[in-house]
Design a protein around this ligand. Structure first.
Ligand SMILES: C[S@@+](CC[C@H](N)C(=O)[O-])C[C@H]1O[C@@H](n2cnc3c(N)ncnc32)[C@H](O)[C@@H]1O
Length: 387
């Protein structure tokens, strides 16, 4: 947190994002009182004049003769993003009718006084404008990975921390449980610790787990959540004992980032999906993982699949869509397909010219994207109606 002057504070809304906003701290009771007066006013001009005065105070505290920024230590305060509150006040100023102005005033009052969230996350819908770090578009272009804290990106084939961050912000609440059944270097568990979600990870390769543990342990646990890692094959592992240990039956988010078949061979273990003989056996094994994990995902909650396609013997293999079909054979509905850019690996960067030449000769396009596919577990079993 940086202090600009005695009253104004610049506070990054989230440490994962570099953007910072000016925050203003107001006396909540006083602010609500002022808004209530405006709501009861019957003259549009009076409302607008008062809004101009409020804006003047927010822009320059020396204009505060009503005690709006009078914050005593035990008083009820409210922190607001200056740009957003000014925006809201401007909207009131632009109102053409008394009714419209009152409608905006009421909305602003509610956003200060109340919290409205849906069942699956903690996003306060009355302050939805403040969450511009939470993505809602289906095309994601990241120019750099989040390399803060324990996110060192040491594992070849990891995903960028922004992926589990986005998933947890949209699809979990504080203290919910997240399960990642292809844990790799533990990106999901580092992020779940940061966001105050409990995390369970499953990873086949014990050596990778040893390394991942070091980084997960190094991440501060400021919300006092649980991070549990299991070594095993996600097709067969029995999750019941571990859930029983924590007195839970199910998790609230399932993240799957399987090998993209044999693009990277992660180990010599025959249970490793990256060692599947062909696309069919890869998909069969992937389906077995989905079958083994699904009973432990709460109904109405989300499965996030992160996957890319592959190119083999002159043919584009749409692994992403094949895996999507496997999931859709089970009790899920498709909610979104996000296309995310692929950062260039150093090896690819060095061979850029060569790849471009190959693409021109071979009549194909070079992979620049992967998918994040979102599925919601059905409230009712859709297969129950199929004879
Ligand atoms: C694409 S990586 C996941 C990377 C991870 N998201 C990260 O950020 O580090 C896939 C992982 O799945 C593991 N894996 C492969 N087959 C598995 C299986 N049957 N059960 C559990 N893990 C498996 C591999 O060892 C590899 O670490």
């Amino acid at each position: 947190m940086k202090a600009n002057n005695s009253n104004q504070i610049t506070l990054p809304i989230d440490e994962n994002f570099t953007t910072s906003y000016k925050i203003i701290i107001l006396n909540k009771t006083k602010f609500l009182e002022e808004l209530e007066k405006l709501e009861n006013s019957e003259k549009l001009d009076t409302i607008k004049n008062q809004i101009i005065s409020l804006k003047a105070i927010i822009n320059n505290y020396s204009n505060d003769f009503i005690g709006l920024i009078n914050i005593n230590m035990n008083g009820d305060t409210i922190s607001l993003r200056t740009d957003i509150i000014i925006d809201e006040l401007d909207q009131i100023l632009k109102s053409q009718t008394l009714e419209r102005a009152k409608y905006y005033i009421k909305r602003l009052k509610n956003s200060i006084d109340k919290v409205k969230t849906n069942k699956i996350n903690d996003i306060n819908l009355l302050k939805w404008k403040e969450y511009n770090d939470v993505l809602t578009d289906s095309l994601w272009i990241f120019d750099k990975r989040d390399a803060s804290g324990s996110h060192l990106g040491w594992y070849w084939g990891n995903f960028i921390p922004q992926i589990p961050y986005q998933m947890m912000m949209r699809y979990t609440k504080r203290n919910d449980w997240v399960l990642d059944c292809f844990l790799g270097s533990g990106t999901t568990l580092i992020e779940s610790k940061r966001l105050g979600r409990n995390g369970i990870g499953i990873e086949l390769n014990p050596k990778v787990v040893d390394e991942a543990k070091k980084y997960i342990d190094a991440e501060p646990n400021k919300f006092n959540v649980i991070s549990e890692i299991l070594i095993g094959d996600s097709r067969k592992i029995d999750l019941k004992p571990i859930l029983n240990k924590y007195n839970i039956n199910q998790v609230q988010l399932l993240i799957m980032h399987p090998p993209y078949h044999d693009i990277i061979q992660f180990s010599n273990d025959s249970n490793d999906l990256s060692n599947s003989e062909n696309t069919e056996s890869f998909l069969k094994k992937f389906g077995e993982v989905v079958d083994n994990m699904t009973p432990f995902l709460e109904k109405g909650r989300y499965l996030a699949l992160v996957i890319g396609d592959k190119y083999s013997k002159g043919e584009w293999i749409p692994l992403g869509f094949y895996c999507m079909n496997e999931i859709l054979k089970r009790p899920y509905i498709l909610k979104s397909i996000i296309v995310k850019n692929f950062e260039e690996t150093r090896a690819k960067r060095n061979q850029k010219e060569l790849w471009r030449y190959r693409a021109l000769v071979g009549g194909f396009y070079i992979f620049k994207h992967e998918y994040i596919m979102l599925f919601k577990k059905n409230e009712v079993n859709k297969n129950a109606f199929i004879e």
